[in-house]
Design a protein around this ligand. Structure first.
Ligand SMILES: NC(=O)c1ccc[n+]([C@@H]2O[C@H](COP(=O)([O-])OP(=O)(O)OC[C@H]3O[C@@H](n4cnc5c(N)ncnc54)[C@H](OP(=O)(O)O)[C@@H]3O)[C@@H](O)[C@H]2O)c1
Length: 234
């Protein structure tokens, strides 16, 4: 049984990723701020009556109490993968973005992943081969189409992609693979905020299924890669 931690699991792609991992018999720790979303996730996993196990942890990634996290990992005895999926999108023209907007975007999209990886690194080393999956965006992918209003979001995702390459190099001696999935449009609340009325070609269930598959299998064949996972622009 694989042990996997997923952030941003109360809704959207993270929710579906956790569901797909549990469906495949994994033991998952799902982290988010919204208790109602996490309890809906518990209900969905229970309804499927599969072999997977779900523990939820209600917390803001930016004020993370690491003790419950570390307790979970200690009880499970290993940690095979971490999916840094939690994300924040502030859609505003560049001239209106405040320092607080920039701070918040980088805090959730980059620093949240940084501190979580630092906290979990000793366990990932013990569990090797292990896999860190950073959920990036096509907005942060070099040379991709860019859209007005998304500079803070896209720049923070570009930083996450770069971090991925750096950590892959640094962690390869411990057999911890680090990859970034640069997602294209998926129908979620976040997409509706960024592109009101736009109909994405992918459902969150489809992308969640892919992210779960990649977390389990991608580390064997990719390391340090920023992979565009997109069928459309945006
Ligand atoms: N949908 C798309 O088209 C698309 C495209 C490219 C990339 N992505 C990326 O895919 C990931 C998932 O996006 P989504 O579309 O599923 O978005 P979503 O529906 O808005 O979900 C975002 C998730 O992140 C969590 N989150 C946000 N801030 C958090 C914080 N401070 N602490 C803990 N959790 C936090 C939210 O949970 P709580 O509010 O409960 O904390 C929520 O579960 C994001 O990283 C996003 O940037 C999405």
């Amino acid at each position: 049984m694989k042990r996997i931690l997923v952030t941003g699991a109360s809704k959207g792609i993270g929710f579906e990723t956790v569901l797909a991992l549990c469906r495949q018999g994994c033991s998952v720790l799902a982290l988010s701020r919204d208790a109602t979303g996490l309890s809906r996730l518990q209900d969905a996993v229970r309804a499927e009556q599969g072999e997977g196990r779900l523990a939820t942890f209600q917390s803001d990634l930016l004020q993370l109490d690491t003790i419950p996290l570390l307790n979970w990992v200690n009880e499970e005895g290993r940690l095979d993968a971490v999916v840094n999926n939690a994300g924040l999108l502030i859609s505003k023209p560049f001239s209106e973005l405040t320092p607080a907007d920039w701070q918040e975007s980088f805090s959730v999209n980059l620093f949240g992943a940084v501190s979580l990886i630092q906290t979990l690194l000793p366990f990932l080393k013990q569990s090797a081969p292990a896999h860190i999956v950073n959920i990036g965006s096509m907005g942060g992918f070099q040379g991709s189409s860019k859209f007005p209003g998304l500079s803070a979001y896209s720049a923070s995702k570009a930083a996450l992609a770069n971090l991925t390459e750096c950590l892959a190099e640094e962690f390869k001696i411990w057999r911890i693979a680090v990859n970034c999935l640069a997602l294209g449009a998926v129908q979620t609340e976040m997409l509706e905020t960024a592109f009101p009325g736009y109909q994405a070609p992918l459902k969150k269930e489809e992308m969640g299924g892919f992210v779960a598959w990649f977390a389990l299998n991608g580390g064997q064949v990719f390391n340090g890669k920023i992979l565009p996972v997109s069928v459309s622009t945006p």
